[in-house]
Design a protein around this ligand. Structure first.
Ligand SMILES: C[S@@+](CC[C@H](N)C(=O)[O-])C[C@H]1O[C@@H](n2cnc3c(N)ncnc32)[C@H](O)[C@@H]1O
Length: 284
């Protein structure tokens, strides 16, 4: 962004009028520049017409880890959502083979949380970016004090056929990853195939559209570095997630949960005015 361009003027005006807005603009600039640096410092992004999502992989291969404090805070957030259903999941898995998979595992933070449950015997951490998982898994395991011996990272694309046999898994989890599916129908029908009857599919930390702020949220997404980098970003209403899961044969429950104090004050409206929580679903 240069002097004379509309965004530049908006920043200058904003400094005088509205500090939070200015900070937001500055963060957008920093993120956009970081993406430019990553793109021009390494492999040039490739387009792919097939199910492989090269630009998604490229982006996540190069996303920096961040500071130790930032990583620890991020892991605590993953754990916060996990704590909403950890005991319930552990109970539900008693008597099963305890086969779990995290799809879009990235930092493997949620895989590490799963590895702490006695009834989880093994976790496959699947991500399109093996680089990202290798970079972060040990750090995540040390912050969350999990059992990384239970975790097997594998590189795979959840837009295609999942590398599991029919009915092999007892639980599939997603942490801020399901919305990256290029087709919810395809990804969720694969999840259905590889889950046992009664198996669980849990999605936490999805960003939800609010019916009242959808235009603003979508415009924000359009300005994101992910969209600039051609990453498969989507954002859905809570009702749309429930719809996609229901048509694929899941019983779905939305468990409200939020770290935000404002959202917690407005907790009565979680699920209507805004949505924050966990999708806990069971294959019928
Ligand atoms: C926003 S991050 C989610 C956070 C992630 N749970 C973590 O802790 O790093 C999205 C993750 O999904 C992965 N991902 C995106 N598209 C994917 C795909 N088609 N198949 C597998 N993983 C994918 C990315 O590589 C990234 O690690």
């Amino acid at each position: 962004m240069r002097e004379g361009e509309p965004g530049f003027e908006c920043i200058c005006d904003g400094i005088l009028k509205n500090t939070p807005f200015v900070l937001d603009c500055m963060m957008q600039k920093i993120r956009a520049r970081r993406w430019w640096f990553l793109k021009h410092g390494g492999t040039v992004m490739k387009e792919t017409g097939e199910m492989g999502t090269t630009s998604d992989q490229d982006f996540y291969d190069k996303e920096p880890v961040g500071s130790l404090v930032a990583h620890a805070n991020w892991m605590r957030e993953i754990e916060f959502y996990f704590d909403a259903y950890a005991a319930r999941l552990d109970n539900a898995l008693i008597g099963t083979s305890g086969n779990a998979a995290e799809l879009g595992a990235g930092s493997c933070g949620l895989s590490v949380c799963l590895s702490r449950l006695p009834s989880v015997k093994q976790v496959v951490a699947l991500d399109i970016s093996m680089v990202r998982m290798k970079r972060m898994i040990e750090l995540s395991a040390s912050v969350l004090d999990g059992n990384s011996k239970k975790i097997t990272p594998i590189a795979s694309d959840f837009n295609g056929r999942l590398p599991f046999a029919d009915g092999e898994l007892d639980v599939i989890v997603f942490d801020a990853a399901l919305h990256h599916a290029q087709s919810m129908w395809r990804t969720l029908s694969e999840c259905r195939r590889v889950l046992k009857k009664g198996g669980l599919l849990i999605a936490q930390r999805e960003a939800y559209l609010s019916p009242y702020r959808a235009k603003w949220q979508i415009n924000k997404l359009l300005r994101s570095p992910e969209v600039a980098a051609n990453v498969s970003e989507n954002i859905y209403l809570k009702e749309q997630y429930i719809y996609y899961l229901t048509v694929q044969g899941f019983d779905v429950e939305f468990m409200p949960r939020s770290k935000s104090s404002i959202k917690n004050i407005l907790s009565l409206f979680n699920g209507t005015l805004y949505s924050d929580g966990v999708l806990y679903s069971r294959k019928k």
